[in-house]
Design a protein around this ligand. Structure first.
Ligand SMILES: [Zn+2]
Length: 156
């Protein structure tokens, strides 16, 4: 893949187009959410046409190259460092949510946050390894603190 570079003068029209897809959340530290095209990997897609050559990039990479005047190569990864939100494109050098890392940085980070690869282990388990919830009691009710009674169990 070619290097990704965004020049504020040469690519002004492209940057304007990119900007239209970005919603900047309220508040100083809020995420900036990509509202353009999405792909099934959870990341956005932004199409470029540079001198007649079409290519597609992830918006978070584009945002990083733009905001920090970086040239991103294949080994460079735009990592979410603050919010872990794939659609966040906030990449300013100060206060941004995206940092430049390498592929191995990213894998280390994904391992730490439990992201990537083994999606079945995240969140509330619904897979075959999810622990079964204890069966709900069929006829017992929780003793009421206000009832003033010692009765703990009653038929309904
Ligand atoms: Zn964010």
């Amino acid at each position: 893949m070619a290097l990704l570079q965004v020049d504020s003068a040469a690519h002004a029209a492209e940057i304007t187009r990119f900007d239209k897809f970005v919603v900047r959340g309220p508040g100083a530290g809020a995420c900036w959410i990509w509202c353009g095209a999405l792909a099934d990997d959870g990341y956005g897609r932004f199409w470029l046409n540079r001198n007649g050559v079409h290519r597609v990039v992830r918006p978070n990479r584009y945002a990083l190259a733009l905001a920090q005047h970086l040239t991103l190569g294949d080994g460079d990864v735009a990592m979410h460092d603050v919010c872990d939100l794939p659609l966040c494109v906030r990449a300013e050098a100060i206060g941004g949510h995206i940092v430049l890392g390498t592929q191995s940085d990213n894998l280390t980070r994904m391992g730490r946050t439990g992201r990537g690869g083994d999606a079945g282990t995240r969140g509330i388990g619904t897979g075959p390894t999810a622990p079964h919830a204890p069966p709900a009691p069929e006829h017992c009710v929780t003793p009421s603190a206000t009832a003033g009674t010692t009765k703990r169990c009653e038929k309904r």
